[in-house]
Design a binder for this molecule. Structure first.
Ligand SMILES: NC(=O)c1ccc[n+]([C@@H]2O[C@H](COP(=O)([O-])OP(=O)(O)OC[C@H]3O[C@@H](n4cnc5c(N)ncnc54)[C@H](OP(=O)(O)O)[C@@H]3O)[C@@H](O)[C@H]2O)c1
Length: 517
């Protein structure tokens, strides 16, 4: 396998980071701050920004949750930064950063708690010079989103305190899942929009913080050689796989009400698909990029139940270890119909893509952890070398471009090459770009970029309400069809495999197969 030569010095990478703008002084207020997400991802990401010199000097973090944690909260966050952020305990900026981390205990339904929070934030403005700028991060279960937003509105925290100062801002980041079907997403959007204007709202999907996802747009639109072939004339079909080898990790009640379609397809996979399929936006402004994404989702034809596959894992072997089946997981119904695997075939009815099927699949307890997009090109019309597949297979493989989103981030172009020797035999080879090789390893978790963008007011990588509703409009009829027709043969795949046989049949119908990695 050949590796692409890329000469990027660490200095050049550093210079590129510094070229970004530093946000205004502000306070980041995290609701649900004693939870997993804050400790594992959010605080490490904020600290990575601090390390990179990308946070404002005048800055504070306030964690909000129910338990009376007091100063142990900041200590816990220090531990999270070290353990999950790859930061050394004696990192030079760590003490100073932790000193800016505070905790506020309250119940999310307690109006007095919000008044006390307002007073606390005002006092921190005086102490740190944060000037009334606020980023409210809703890292809570979705049931609380609307209530918290309503309380922020009622206490006057949703609008800048000094409204006359056009530079003062208040924004909110809202975690996923945003709704559980089209109707609930609309209700939540209405609730949120009653308090916050759309340009204050940052609906997050952490996949979009990944460099590899953003790089899809660079790959397509900053290079001259790919875009001319990025269409129905040259592309046979597209595959997107979002596979996890882990199970539900003790989150039975959550997963029972979610399933693969809600948990991954409606958000992560639809986002990836829009980046692959969108037209070039006129700029990288939020409105231009979001408009193109929405056009893709709206051009997807309703997906018939016959083009959908659902699965649920039974006992099996994952990474050499025995794994229990989904129905044996803690707090999961022994008769559960929840899908831990979903696969869909869809078509985008526009000039670029008409007739090109997109096959997408997502699941848990699959053979390996891998998120990948594969563009498979059409075979040349005249298979001059059709009898020369040689030692590598019975047929000459079509060209593919594979974008590895995680792990082992990179892009590979697969093409045929002559096997050395007197005969004209052909084997497929890869030209492989690896992020880690080209740019060095990174301890970033994706939230860095998104937190920074929200502080800067750049919503390009966040979802608009129209986008959320467009993807739910596609998924909701499938959810309804599945609900009305329970399937009898669950579980239908063993943990550690690539899902049910019906997933292979979905492609076999069209004479295609899932790409093997
Ligand atoms: N974990 C991840 O990696 C991840 C990834 C992507 C998205 N998300 C999303 O992020 C959100 C949070 O996830 P998480 O894993 O951090 O959740 P979690 O570990 O369950 O944490 C929930 C938090 O909410 C607080 N809380 C619950 N009820 C409360 C109440 N009535 N009043 C005040 N505080 C209350 C808890 O405080 P106490 O501890 O004090 O009760 C805790 O801080 C979810 O929407 C999830 O879907 C998480």
């Amino acid at each position: 396998m050949a590796t692409t030569e890329v000469s990027i010095t660490p200095e050049a990478v550093e210079a590129s980071k510094k070229a970004e703008i530093t946000p205004d002084p502000c306070i980041v207020v995290i609701f649900g701050a004693s939870g997993d997400l804050t400790k594992r991802k959010l605080l490490p990401a904020l600290y990575h920004l601090e390390q990179g010199g990308l946070l404002p000097q005048k800055f504070a973090v306030v964690g909000v949750a129910r338990r009376p944690l007091g100063s142990t909260f900041a200590e816990d966050m220090r531990e999270g930064i070290v353990n999950f952020g790859g930061v050394k305990t004696d990192d030079p900026k760590l003490e100073e950063f932790i000193a800016k981390v505070q905790y506020h205990a309250m119940n999310f339904d307690d109006a007095n708690g919000y008044s006390a929070l307002k007073t606390l934030l005002a006092s921190l403005d005086t102490k740190y010079g944060t000037n009334g700028n606020r980023l409210f991060y809703l890292a809570t279960a979705p049931d609380y989103f609307a209530d918290i937003i309503q309380h922020l509105g009622a206490t006057g925290m949703a609008k800048p305190a000094n409204a006359g100062d056009a530079k003062t801002w208040v924004r909110t980041i809202i975690e996923k899942p945003f709704g559980h079907d089209l109707a609930s997403a609309r209700v939540l959007n209405d609730d949120v929009n009653q308090v916050f204007d759309e340009d204050q709202i940052f609906r997050i999907d952490h996949y979009l913080g990944k460099e590899t996802v953003q790089n899809i747009l660079i790959f397509r639109f900053a290079n001259g050689i790919f875009e001319p072939v990025w269409n129905r004339n040259y592309i046979d079909h597209v595959q997107i796989t979002a596979a996890e080898s882990i199970g539900i990790e003790g989150r039975g009640p959550f997963y029972e009400s979610a399933g693969a379609l809600r948990d991954v397809m409606q958000n992560h996979v639809m986002e990836l698909l829009s980046f692959v399929a969108m037209e070039p936006p006129i700029s990288f402004e939020a409105s231009a990029v979001r408009a193109e994404k929405i056009k893709v989702w709206r051009a997807i034809q309703p997906i018939p139940a016959s083009d959908t596959v659902r699965g649920q894992y039974g006992p099996g072997t994952v990474d050499g270890k025995d794994a229990i089946g989904y129905r044996q997981e803690d707090r999961v119904s022994p008769e559960s119909q929840t899908e831990t695997f979903a696969a869909l075939r869809l078509e985008i009815e526009n000039w670029r893509w008409a007739g090109v099927p997109f096959y997408i699949r997502a699941g848990k307890r699959l053979a390996k952890r891998e998120t990948e997009i594969t563009i498979q090109f059409k075979q040349p019309p005249l298979l001059l070398f059709k009898d020369h597949a040689g030692p590598c297979g019975e047929q000459i493989e079509p060209n593919t471009i594979s974008m590895r989103i995680q792990p082992d981030e990179g892009i590979a172009l697969r093409f045929g090459a002559k096997v050395p020797g007197p005969s004209m035999n052909i084997c497929p080879v890869n030209m492989d770009f690896s992020y880690a090789v080209a740019f060095g390893p990174s301890s970033n978790n994706g939230y860095e970029r998104l937190l920074l963008d929200a502080m800067l007011g750049d919503a390009t990588l966040f979802a608009h309400r129209d986008g959320v509703e467009a993807t739910w409009a596609l998924m909701t009829p499938i959810l309804e069809a599945w609900k009305s027709t329970p399937i009898q043969n669950l579980p239908n795949y063993a943990a550690g495999t690539w899902g049910p046989e019906s997933s292979n049949e979905l492609l076999a119908r069209d004479g295609r197969t899932w790409r093997k990695s």
